[in-house]
Design a protein around this ligand. Structure first.
Ligand code: FAD
Length: 476
């Protein structure tokens, strides 16, 4: 490396792809050597077990992708600013580029890093690419922020999106690579224990798989999306969320593919585009309301008497998939085995926890954060606040999903339930049995045990929830 050609550092985070990456492309366009870097800092240290496992795989796959194009992923651990300063000193780089993030922890970190680097004369620049619309660019006629999804959707539907479709850039390697930590030394997957091998059977990883998934969805499945997206046993949904979460595919590319399908007149394409906008809306809400994941968005709900004890037997039955309500238990087991849960079932299990069991939405949100491979702070918080009735544009608290009515409507043949429940079946499905291989032995549950009786009757739970709501309302 000569100082005449100082390299450009590209700081990767949840954007582990080569295509549609404005920061990487801009770095390549300087004509200077490019050093891709990932920093395991305190923001990543808070990831849940399944997220960590998925992220470990994502980093390994992305490192291999970079190798295939003659580059490398340099791994470092420590506070981001310290690590970047060390790398700048080691490599002679004078420029750091990255793709922007929007949740409060990462915004705070990035703002501090940018200011400190600029103060040292470093060219520190962030780029769009994680969202379709930069949150500060979408405003109501009065200059405020949207609180309701349908109005947000109307405002952005015909707008140009923030990200561009870009090919894999040609990356120049530096003469000397800085040292990299070994990914294995971070032991990211260790908290999954027994579950890791089971998760691996249900998760594909990396940009190539993401592109193939998008292609398969828009070619073969999108036409069923509108009609079947609420049926948890159907494969009509895209399955793109983990890839979007880790940035292995750009939202711009998903949007472009959805638009192409819409122009071809494919049923379901507009619905798919609308769902992609829910992801943008979640990030938008979190950018405007930094406490979306910590306090009730509707201030009056902050006094609601949720049950908050994580040791409560009802909460423990919920996380273990042993509530005695088949659709709820099936969903909780799908979550544990695959790191995913169908969207309709996410709403049902969240409603059951916050209404029938009257438990705090944050307990459920945190459990999801520990188990989801598509965990996204904004979508998770928005989803939980929406179902609990305390979020913006929320489903009202008194709208209590009845899991049995939902089963009759969305899983009438019980294909989904049979996929995930083993107890009492003469020949349980392998997926249902794999749950018992994945869960901690300390849970002491077995496929041979009897399926539990409901921990709370559905009518009793509904009446309890509404009673608590009325008492709270009267006391305000
Ligand atoms: P598709 O139906 O194919 O939709 C395409 C894409 O649109 C998704 O990949 C996702 O990026 C986006 N999308 C769809 N629905 C939503 C939605 N309601 N909110 C935000 N984005 C959406 N999604 C996450 O990505 N991470 C989470 O941590 C998360 N937590 C949730 C928690 C609760 C309580 C609820 C009710 C929903 C949550 N969701 C979350 C949203 C949704 O359930 C998932 O995005 C969806 O199930 C992913 O499956 P898919 O990729 O097949 O979705």
């Amino acid at each position: 490396m000569t100082n005449l050609e100082p390299p450009v550092i590209v700081w990767f985070r949840r954007d582990l792809r080569l295509r549609d990456h404005a920061a990487l492309t801009a770095a390549a366009q300087t004509g200077r050597p490019v050093i891709p870097v990932f920093i395991f800092d305190e923001v990543f240290e808070t990831l849940g077990a399944a997220s960590n496992w998925r992220f470990d795989q994502a980093l390994a796959t992305f490192g291999s992708s970079l190798k295939k194009v003659g580059s490398r992923l340099i791994l470092r651990k420590g506070p981001a600013l310290t690590v970047l300063q060390e790398l700048l000193a080691e490599t002679g780089a004078t420029t750091v580029y990255w793709q922007r993030a929007y949740d409060p922890d990462r915004v705070a970190r990035d703002t501090g890093v940018k200011a400190a680097l600029k103060a040292r004369g470093v060219e520190a620049k962030s780029f769009a690419g994680a969202l379709l619309h930069e949150p500060w660019t979408v405003q109501t006629g009065q200059g405020g922020d949207y609180k309701v999804y349908s109005a947000f959707r109307r405002a952005v539907w015909h707008r140009l999106i923030a990200g561009e479709l870009l090919d894999v850039p040609k990356l120049r390697a530096p003469n000397t690579w800085p040292a990299s930590a070994a990914l294995a030394s971070w032991s990211l997957a260790k908290s999954m224990n027994r579950g890791a091998q089971v998760l691996a059977q249900h998760n594909s990883v990396g940009e190539a798989n993401a592109l193939a998934k998008l292609d398969d969805f828009t070619t073969n499945r999108i036409s069923r999306y509108q009609a079947e997206r609420d049926l948890p046993a159907s494969d009509a949904c895209s399955g793109l969320s983990p890839f979007l979460t880790w940035g292995e595919i750009s939202i711009a590319r998903c949007w472009a593919a959805g638009q192409k399908a819409a122009h071809q007149g494919q049923d379901g394409a507009d619905k798919f585009l609308s769902e992609l906008l829910w992801r943008d809306f979640a990030a938008y809400l979190m950018w405007h309301h930094k406490k979306l994941a910590t306090v009730e968005w509707r201030a009056e709900w902050q006094s609601f008497p949720w049950l908050k004890n994580a040791d409560h037997p009802h909460f423990q039955a919920w996380i273990r998939g042993r509530t005695g309500v088949p659709l709820v238990d099936a969903g909780m087991r799908e979550l544990y085995v695959t790191g995913q849960m169908h969207n309709r079932v996410r709403m049902i299990v969240a409603s059951y926890l916050t209404k029938h069991l009257q438990m705090d939405w944050r307990l459920g949100m945190d459990w999801f954060a520990d188990c989801l491979t598509d965990w996204d702070p904004a979508s998770n918080a928005m989803g939980w606040q929406w179902v609990a009735g305390c979020g913006p544009d929320a489903s009202p608290y008194f709208r209590v999903f009845n899991p049995e009515t939902q089963r009759q409507k969305f899983d009438p043949q019980e294909h989904y339930i049979n996929r995930w429940l083993a107890e009492g079946r003469s020949t349980p499905e392998p997926s249902a049995l794999s749950y018992f291989e994945a869960v901690p032995r300390t849970w002491q549950i077995s496929a041979d045990a009897d399926y539990p009786a409901p921990i709370v009757g559905l009518s009793e739970g509904r009446a309890g929830a509404l009673g608590r709501y009325e008492t709270w309302k009267d006391s305000r």
